[in-house]
Design a protein around this ligand. Structure first.
Ligand code: G3P
Ligand code: CA
Length: 304
């Protein structure tokens, strides 16, 4: 590495919190999900067209062990599973709430591929399918990075699923980690699960990992933030954490960790004087100093 280049990389890392991002970065949350049904190839394609640096996937595992892109642990909110498989409902406790659900892990990929994942959003997206992780990668690779989340890992306890190993194998199969990783398709993993984040660190997953932080779990001191050094490379806090405590960004950057708050959407701007989501993202990026944002509206990203 030439000396000037090495110095530039170090300076950039100091400014952005980590070499993980090379500029202020837009992550398309569930694709361009303000305009197309979340986690469909239509939403991912639109995100790329809107200039997303990364496209987010929430990952789930089918009954036959295939990674698919789905936000909820169950299928009924974003597909017509109830209509096609009325008898396959069960009572599940998901994220602490017990309810009737069509759990994705109870369905094979062939069954899930029969579902319509677009009509719930708008009839014009009728026929969109739940994509596999491999299909998402094939669409996005070379055009943007991917930002997969290991979603609701607690669902798989006792179900013979090793989520972390499955994600590692998918990255290997697609040439997305290791010394020969495709530089045009950077990967950042994310999880709300503390244990999952620690497992990824222990197995030396080889790509940056972001720990997602709910308001109730937020680190309240610099020491608590520092405790994550060496385990994760960044934080994904709900945006209220950073808004109320801008020092959170300084604390993370002091230890070389990034900050990528969620979720910026035109339909849910913080009620603090922002006229629109563009203004809200600009405040977080250029005044509070966050490195990147998760947004449903990648077209509104305030690029400088
Ligand atoms: O992963 C960042 C953000 O997506 C977290 O919230 O519920 O949309 O996955 P959720
Ligand atoms: Ca997510």
């Amino acid at each position: 590495m030439r000396l000037e280049f090495a110095i530039a990389v170090i300076l950039l890392a100091t400014v952005t919190g980590s070499a993980q991002y090379t500029r202020k970065t837009v992550v398309a949350h569930r694709g361009a999900s303000a305009y197309a049904p979340e986690h469909t190839l239509a939403a991912y394609k639109l995100a790329i067209e809107m200039g997303a640096d990364y496209v987010e996937q929430d990952l789930a595992v089918t009954r036959d062990g295939i990674l698919i892109c789905l936000h909820d642990a169950s299928l009924e909110r974003t597909t017509n599973v109830e209509e096609l498989f009325p008898d396959r409902v069960s009572t599940q406790t998901i994220e602490g709430k017990t309810r009737k659900a069509w759990l994705a892990n109870d369905f094979t990929l062939a069954e899930i591929k029969r579902l319509d994942a677009g009509s719930w959003f708008d009839k014009k997206f009728s026929g969109e399918k739940v994509p596999t992780f491999d299909e998402a990668i094939a669409l996005i690779r070379g055009k943007a990075g991917i930002f997969p989340e290991l979603k609701t890992p607690e669902i798989y306890a006792g179900r013979n699923v090793n989520f972390e190993d499955m994600v590692a194998a998918a990255l290997d199969k697609n040439g997305l980690r290791g010394p020969k990783a495709d530089p045009k398709t950077p990967v950042i993993l994310q999880t709300f699960g503390k244990e999952t984040a620690r497992n990824l660190a222990k197995m030396k997953i080889g790509v940056p990992v972001v720990w997602l932080v709910e308001y109730e779990n937020r680190p309240k001191t610099q020491e608590e933030v520092r405790g994550w050094k060496g385990i994760v490379q960044g934080f994904g806090p709900t945006k209220r954490i950073v808004f109320e405590n801008p020092d959170f960004v300084k604390w993370a950057h002091a230890d070389g960790m990034t900050v990528t708050p969620y979720t910026f959407r035109e339909s849910d701007v913080l009620k603090s004087g922002f006229r629109n989501v563009n203004e809200e993202m600009a405040h977080f990026l250029y005044r509070l100093g966050v490195d990147a944002v998760f947004t449903d509206n990648p077209d509104k990203f305030p690029r400088k």
